[in-house]
Ligand binder design. Structure first.
Ligand code: ZN
Ligand code: ZN
Ligand code: ZN
Length: 170
């Protein structure tokens, strides 16, 4: 099976609005099996700790901070030092399995891992759910164009939009 077909399935899955009721165990299962495939394809090792960190990041559609992870892992009897957690998070970032949301200083599972994409996130200020919006390419292109007009060279553009999700509006 090619990575392409895996990621297009992931994109389909990502169309579920995370703020609406859905079988989240499906999201977790999908994320973990995709991570295993992405790592296998890239010759990277998804160690038990990296696997568990990814699973914890995917526990919900709310981003998780490094210290929340540390707390959870300590409760489970692991006593990882903060640098160990950061290394595991760096590994997951490097293989594009998670995103870091700068405004929240927290991590979110990527809903279409292994696929090159700009970041566009809708952050609900009421329930904390974050939705990763698929296909932000016209938006990324617009950002790059405007940055280019200002003679600014973009190395990364992650757009974080704060507001109220569909579920929280009613
Ligand atoms: Zn879910
Ligand atoms: Zn993503
Ligand atoms: Zn909400």
């Amino acid at each position: 099976m090619s990575i392409r077909s895996i990621t297009s399935r992931a994109g389909h899955r990502a169309d579920i609005r995370p703020s609406l009721a859905h079988d989240h165990s499906q999201c977790i299962r999908m994320a973990l099996s995709q991570a295993e495939r992405v790592c296998a394809a890239e010759g990277a090792r998804l160690t038990p700790l990296r696997h568990r960190v990814l699973e914890l990041v995917w526990a919900s559609h709310r981003p998780l901070g490094a210290y929340d992870l540390l707390d959870q892992l300590s409760k489970e009897g692991h006593k990882p030092a903060p640098p160990t957690i950061y290394r595991a998070l760096d590994f997951l970032l490097e293989h594009k399995l998670i995103h870091r949301l700068a405004t929240l200083n927290a991590y979110l599972g990527c809903s279409h891992p292994g696929e090159a994409h700009g970041g566009f996130f809708l952050i609900c200020q009421d329930c904390g759910t974050v939705e990763e919006v698929r296909d932000p390419l016209p938006l990324s292109a617009a950002v790059e164009k405007l940055a280019g007009q200002a003679r600014f060279q973009v190395s990364q553009s992650v757009l974080e939009v704060t507001g109220r999700c569909q579920a929280c509006q009613s």
